[in-house]
Every structure is written in structure tokens, then in C-alpha cells.
Design a protein around this ligand. Structure first.
Ligand code: HDE
Length: 743
């Protein structure tokens, strides 16, 4: 009995589910303050100058607090407005009511015109060794230094309340609070963009967003205007094939790569500049969900990615990325068969290797979604000495747009004073004044330069202490034209297609077929399949067949190029598959389940960094075969299989008998099977898999890929090892007969 109590309390600690915190196992950690740091400290966050700087703005509830108005008047009744008689009208003079309601009426600010839905976290960046040989940027010099960061992930198309798991590019915006000012790398989880010139940005966004006459569809590219645009603006074809790929369905933000997209410059202390592409490489590898799954998650748990980011940080499973650099000497600018200034092109890693130079760690959730995540203002023009721009015409437009958009979104030119946007080094030392919501009280008579009254303060910095643009010679006629070096719109789409594994290619075909089947105009569908012939003949034929179309005769325009070599780095087939950190495992069971096997599975998987949940047909607790009680974390409906990476059917004769009679339980496992997830059956659980036809009843038949069985309820070390490695593998796309299963 004593053992069972210990077991029970352990399980409770590990498995407790609280509303809205589905995968949290410890709850929010109570944090001890260190005397030198006013921030409640956990994991050395007092090292984080940005987090510490926010402390002065944090407002916590305290036992001593008495409710007041914003003017400091103590409020005695917060339930009733002041009326002329108990049943009479509310009085105009009720300033307490008026203040409360006015504030409420103005709680919303305009959402971002793109990337409205997002989640963010604090953390730090640390370089592995000094990069002084390529850049003088202060944040890249000292390997002992941690630069505070705030990172916001987002979808691009949907409104602020849309679902996380839609087919979309994800924003990956990193704000680095360096000692020399704020440096923003406002990137995406795809290395290229739809268009080459920012002049087309309003067009692509209007085409992609819900259609203007009826605001349908939400957060989806599967509609006429998007495909009408992209099939005519053919430079989009490379990014579109990324959008049709598994990259558009990330399992978690921590499983996404990030890319700066444009070519930037690194500048060293001698003023020598080199071209650079920024990459963020996820330590846990790139992993995606499958299309059927993401659509279901969008309904069952629309905050899926947001929740995981939040929970992982609360549980100390901090998301990590390595910063990667592809550096190209200026002298090599023209050695590629594409233009480095064209943001619809990537540099294959096989041509220019990605050097991993530092680590990004996210280790603290924001305290207030609005104050931090909603009000953070990224701007691709926020660079520091040691970084510079290129003439990429997409980047050049962004250098205008991000500052401009904040003026209406954040209500004026003083958004840099909002706490989350303030640099951690000295700032606003200038003669800019006033404007909406100005907080700073500038003391003194002078707000101009040059001034004699105040010694011309503030003084400009010496050239070697401040930002100086590289001395690029620019010479040209005013002209509205694309460079001929931007003309190839298809070769890199071919590169991407050729680099995919067979299952990834299948998913791309399915994605084009699904999207175009939602397009009403047949001529748009025809245009797409005809154009896909420039990418790959088989791809075009497969999509055309699914759409019931015939391919038009193709003019010999030189595409698809036949000499395109695949780039294995683009495929998820070769990503890291060696960790269980943050993986989620459902154990399906009912009363009479074998408790010992669950204990062992729980120990094995949680020790490896995974989350395990007990799922049954009702809430409460289960009585195991040995008489102990196990708390249930959720039901087959509230914790559906789409929220997990793997499913275990636990043993115990009574438990299996109950499960076999439940249609929801049968569906649960079949659905995990068709989503290619690892499945394990223990003891009598094997009969369950036979019952639903996943396992043959004849012993000789080979197990389907990714399905593990243990005839005994006592688990062997070998079984546990194979189970862990199957979960680390993530998905088993070589699984047979999936399309024949109705789940
Ligand atoms: Fe953006 N983009 N963008 N974009 N973008 C915005 O800025 C814009 C582009 C990206 O988490 C807006 O503050 C133009 C490429 C991210 O707050 C806006 C062009 C890449 C975010 C804007 C592009 C991005 C935005 C809307 C074409 C990847 C969310 C709200 C020249 C490299 C940042 C805002 C956050 C947000 C303009 C193209 C990434 C309107 C004009 C390429 C991650 O300013």
C-alpha cells in the first residue's frame, strides 16, 4: 500500500492537468528573489537585463491592495453603477463607472496587418566564440556574454483569433537587446519569400488574406484570389511549393528552422563587408504534423503551438536554436546562378555551409500577453554597427514598412517607450520631442542641434563608436524594372521538389490538390498545373490527375532545368531524431489496467523529457488491476490523439474489454495509426490492435512500421529502448495501408 501511495503522489505531481495548461507538470514555479535583483529569479534570469528592466513596470496584486480608480480614489462597490433610485437610470456623474467602461471600450488596438496571431518568449543569445574576424557587432564578440532576446512566432495570414495549426508560413522574429542598441532579425520559417520587390507586398497579402467581399476563408490560402495571383506572378512559385510542403505545418515552434531570408551584410572593424544569410537551427530538429491532423487540431485545440511553447518553458524544457551563418565574400557575389539580392532564392547549404556560431534559448514566458507580445514592435531596419543591409528590393521596402505600421498599430511615434520595446542600453538621447503618449520628461530649454545654450548636448558619437553605413558606391538611372538576374522563377522550386523524400513529395501533391480543389475557377486550376510543368513533369501530372485536368502542351521554355542537384539539407528526412524532449504520449486505458506497466512507461518516458498522460473515457481516477488508483488526465474527447506524438494501449484484461467496446477508443488508435504515429501495445493491449485490424492475428505477419508490442505486461529493457527510439523517430511514413483506414 505504501508503494502505491508513493506511486500515486508521483503520478499526481507529473500528470496533474489544470484548465488551459494541458501539458504542465509542475505548475508555475514560485520564484525566489535574490537581494541584488528585484526580479523574481529562476534559472539565473537576473542575468537578463531586459527581463530585469521590465520589473519597474510590473504590477502584482498584494494582500494590502485596496481597489482604486486610475486617479487613486478608493472604490467601495465594484458591482453596481450609481443610479437614481434602485430601479432608476445610471447617473452621468458616476465617474467610477465611466472610467471603467471607457477603459474597456478602448482595450483593443489594431491587430498586425499580417502576422496578427503570435506567441512570444524571453530568453538569451550567446555566441560560441568571438566572430571578430567577420563582424564588429558587440553581441558577437564575447562568448561569456548573454544578450537578452524576445522572440515572437506567428502565422502570417490569419486574424489574431485564428488557429495555430493552419497551412501557412510562420514568422520567426528575434529582438536582440544588445549593448549597442536593438537588433531585430525579423524572419520566417521558410528561407525564401513570395515576391522579389516589396511593391508587390500589398498585392500578395490582399490575394492571400480572406477575400474582401465576404471575409472568407480565414487563415487559409485555399481560395481563388491567392491562386489567381500566384499563378500569374510566377516568382512566387518557389515559396508556394514550400507553403505546400510539411514546413507549413510545424509540430512546435521549437521544431522550426528560422531564416533571415534576405542577404544581409556583416561588417568587421576594418570596414570590410561580407554577405550573410541568417539561419536558426532547432536543436530538436525540424518536425511537422500531417494535414488531416492539423485541421482537427485547429478545432480541438486552436492554441496548440502557443500552448506547447508556454508549457515547455514553464516546465524547464527550454526551446533552443543555434544561430547559423552562410557567409559569402563580396568577391564571390556573382559566382551563383541566382542573384543574392533575390529573396525568392536560397543558397543551398551544400554550396555554402551553414556555420553554427551561437545559441538562442527561450526560458521565460511573458507576464502579460498584451503588454509584451501584442505591443512588441519589430523592424527589419533595427540593426547595430557590424551589420548592414543589401540592395535586395524586398528588404528595402521593409525598411520603410515596419516603422510605418507601428504608427497606426501602436498609436504614434513613441512606441519605443513601451517597456518591451525599450533598448537596454542608453537610448532616446536626442532632440525628438512630444507626440502621443510621450512618457519622457525632457528637462532643459534646448530641443535642437546645434545649440550653444546647452553645449550642443547630446553630442553625436565618434565615427568608430556609432553606426556608419558601409561605403557602397551607388550609381544608376531612376528606373522601375526587375534585374534580368531575377528572371529564373522555377529552378529553385525544382530544387526543393527534387530534395524531398518520397513521403514529403506525396504531401506536396496532396496539398496542391487540396488547395486547388477549393478554387472555384477552373482556369486558375489549369494555370497552376500547366505551370507546375516548369517545376517537375511528374508533380504536374500527379496534381492534374487529382484535379481531373489534362496538361496543356508545354512550350519549350527551358524549364524544368535538368541539371538541378538536390539539396539534402532541405528535407526533413535527415533532421535530428534523437530526442524525446517535449514529446507527448497518451496512454489509453480503463479500470483494470495494469498499473505496473504504466509506472514503468511513465518513468522511462518522463526521464527522457517527454510528457505522458493517462487518457480514458471519463475523468476521475482509474482502479488498476493491482488495486491502486491512477488519476485520469483527460478523456478520449478532451485529450484526443491528434494532440499527442505517440499512443500506448496499456494492458489489463478488464481495461481492454472496456476499450474494445468504445467506438471513441477504437477511433483514437486508428487515427494515431493513420497519422503515422508510434503505437505501442502492452499485454492484452496487443489484442486491441488485433481487434481493430492493425495487427494480424497470425503470429508470422510482420508488425507495421512504428508499431511495437510487448506480449508481457512486464516491460523488457529492449522494449523500452525500442519504444523510446520510435518516439524520437516521430513519424513512420513507410507505414502501409494507411489510406484504406477510415479515421
Ligand atoms: Fe513582414 N511585415 N513584410 N515579412 N513580417 C510585418 O510589421 C512587410 C516579409 C515578418 O512578430 C508588419 O509590425 C513588407 C518577409 C514577420 O511582430 C509589416 C514586406 C519576412 C512579421 C510587414 C514583408 C517578413 C512581419 C505587420 C515585403 C521574412 C511579424 C505588423 C517587403 C523575412 C513581426 C508589423 C512580429 C510583420 C511588412 C515581407 C516577416 C506590415 C512590406 C520577407 C515575422 O510592417
Amino acid at each position: 500500500m505504501a508503494t502505491s501511495w508513493i506511486f500515486l503522489s508521483c503520478l499526481y505531481a507529473i500528470l496533474t492537468v489544470s484548465h488551459g495548461e494541458m501539458f504542465i507538470d509542475t505548475g508555475h514555479k514560485e520564484q525566489a528573489s535574490s537581494p541584488s535583483c528585484s526580479v523574481s529569479d529562476v534559472d539565473g534570469l537576473c542575468d537578463n537585463a531586459k527581463v530585469a528592466s521590465l520589473e519597474g513596470f510590473r504590477e502584482r496584486k498584494s494582500e494590502q491592495d485596496i481597489m482604486t480608480t486610475n486617479q487613486g480614489i478608493k472604490v467601495v462597490d465594484d458591482d453596481n453603477s450609481e443610479k437614481a433610485g434602485e430601479r432608476g437610470p445610471t447617473l452621468m456623474e458616476d465617474f467610477i463607472f465611466r472610467e471603467k467602461m471607457t477603459h474597456f471600450d478602448h482595450e483593443r488596438i489594431p491587430e498586425r496587418v499580417v502576422h496578427a496571431r503570435g506567441s512570444a518568449a524571453h530568453g538569451y543569445f550567446q555566441v560560441y566564440k568571438s566572430l571578430a574576424n567577420i563582424t564588429k557587432a558587440n553581441l558577437f564578440q564575447d562568448p561569456t556574454k548573454k544578450t537578452p532576446v524576445f522572440v515572437r512566432f506567428s502565422t502570417a495570414q490569419g486574424f489574431r483569433g485564428s488557429a495555430d495549426t493552419v497551412r501557412d508560413v510562420r514568422g520567426f522574429a528575434v529582438k536582440l537587446y544588445t549593448d549597442e542598441g536593438v537588433f531585430d532579425i525579423v524572419g520566417n520559417n521558410m528561407p525564401v519569400f513570395f515576391i522579389q520587390d516589396s511593391h508587390k507586398f500589398p498585392d500578395i497579402v490582399h490575394a492571400l488574406k480572406p477575400e474582401p467581399h465576404n471575409e472568407i476563408p480565414q487563415a487559409s490560402s485555399a481560395h481563388d484570389t491567392f491562386w489567381d495571383f500566384v499563378t500569374q506572378q510566377t516568382e512566387t512559385q518557389h515559396m508556394v511549393i514550400w507553403l505546400m510542403s510539411d514546413r507549413a505545418l510545424p509540430r512546435a515552434y521549437a521544431n522550426m528552422e528560422g531564416f533571415g531570408v534576405h542577404t544581409f551584410r556583416l561588417v568587421d572593424a576594418k570596414g570590410i563587408s561580407r554577405f550573410v544569410k541568417f539561419h536558426w537551427k532547432p536543436v530538436l530538429g525540424v518536425h511537422s504534423l500531417v494535414w488531416d491532423e492539423v485541421q482537427k487540431i485547429a478545432g480541438k485545440h486552436p492554441d496548440f503551438n502557443r500552448q506547447q511553447l508556454y508549457d515547455d518553458i514553464e516546465n524547464g524544457k527550454y526551446p533552443e536554436w543555434e544561430l547559423g551563418l552562410q557567409v559569402v565574400e563580396e568577391a564571390d557575389e556573382h559566382k551563383f546562378d541566382f542573384d543574392l539580392l533575390d529573396s525568392t532564392k536560397l543558397i543551398p547549404e551544400e554550396l555554402v555551409p551553414v556555420q553554427r556560431v551561437g545559441k538562442l534559448v527561450l526560458n521565460r514566458n511573458p507576464d502579460s500577453y498584451f503588454a509584451e507580445v501584442e505591443q512588441v514592435a519589430f523592424h527589419s531596419a533595427n540593426i547595430v554597427p557590424g551589420i548592414d543591409f543589401t540592395n535586395d528590393p524586398l528588404l528595402q521596402g521593409r525598411l520603410f514598412s515596419y516603422l510605418d505600421t507601428q504608427l497606426s498599430r501602436l498609436g504614434g511615434p513613441n512606441f519605443h517607450e513601451i517597456p518591451i520595446n525599450q533598448p537596454t542600453c542608453p537610448f532616446r538621447k536626442n532632440n525628438q520631442r512630444d507626440g502621443f503618449h510621450r512618457q519622457t520628461i525632457n528637462v532643459g530649454r534646448t530641443s535642437y542641434s546645434v545649440n550653444g545654450i546647452n553645449n550642443n548636448l547630446p553630442q553625436p558619437a565618434a565615427r568608430n563608436r556609432g553606426f556608419v553605413s558601409i561605403q557602397e558606391r551607388v550609381d544608376g538611372h531612376k528606373i522601375r524594372k526587375r534585374s534580368p538576374s531575377f528572371a529564373d522563377h522555377f529552378s529553385q522550386a525544382t530544387l526543393f521538389w527534387k530534395s524531398m523524400s518520397t513521403p514529403e513529395q506525396d504531401h506536396i501533391v496532396q496539398a496542391y490538390s487540396f488547395e486547388l480543389s477549393k478554387v472555384g475557377h477552373v482556369f486558375i486550376r489549369q494555370r497552376l498545373v500547366d505551370q507546375l510543368q516548369n517545376v517537375d513533369a511528374t508533380l504536374a501530372l500527379r496534381v492534374a490527375t487529382n484535379l481531373g485536368l489534362k496538361l496543356s502542351d508545354k512550350a519549350d521554355n527551358g524549364f524544368p532545368k535538368t541539371d538541378v542537384k538536390p539539396s539534402p539539407a532541405l528535407s526533413q528526412a535527415y533532421t535530428a531524431k534523437d530526442s524525446l524532449l517535449t514529446r507527448k504520449i497518451a496512454v489509453l486505458c480503463a479500470d483494470g489496467v495494469d498499473g505496473q506497466a504504466i509506472r514503468e512507461l511513465n518513468d522511462t518516458t518522463t526521464n527522457a523529457g517527454a510528457y505522458m498522460k493517462i487518457v480514458s473515457s471519463r475523468m476521475g481516477s482509474l482502479t488498476t488491476a493491482d488495486g491502486t488508483e491512477i488519476p485520469i488526465d483527460g478523456t478520449v474527447l478532451s485529450l484526443p490523439s491528434v494532440l499527442f506524438d505517440a499512443v500506448v494501449v496499456a494492458g489489463g484484461a478488464d481495461s481492454i474489454k472496456t476499450l474494445q467496446e468504445s467506438g471513441d477508443a477504437l477511433h483514437y488508435v486508428l487515427e494515431a495509426y493513420v497519422h503515422y504515429k508510434p503505437l505501442a501495445a502492452v499485454g492484452e493491449g496487443v489484442q486491441f490492435l488485433q481487434h481493430i485490424g492493425i495487427l494480424s492475428k497470425t503470429k508470422e505477419a510482420a508488425l507495421p512500421s512504428g508499431v511495437l508490442t510487448s506480449a508481457q505486461n512486464r516491460l523488457s529493457e529492449d522494449f523500452k529502448e525500442r519504444f523510446l527510439s520510435a518516439i524520437a523517430q516521430h513519424r513512420f511514413f513507410d507505414r502501409q495501408r494507411v489510406s484504406a483506414i477510415p479515421a
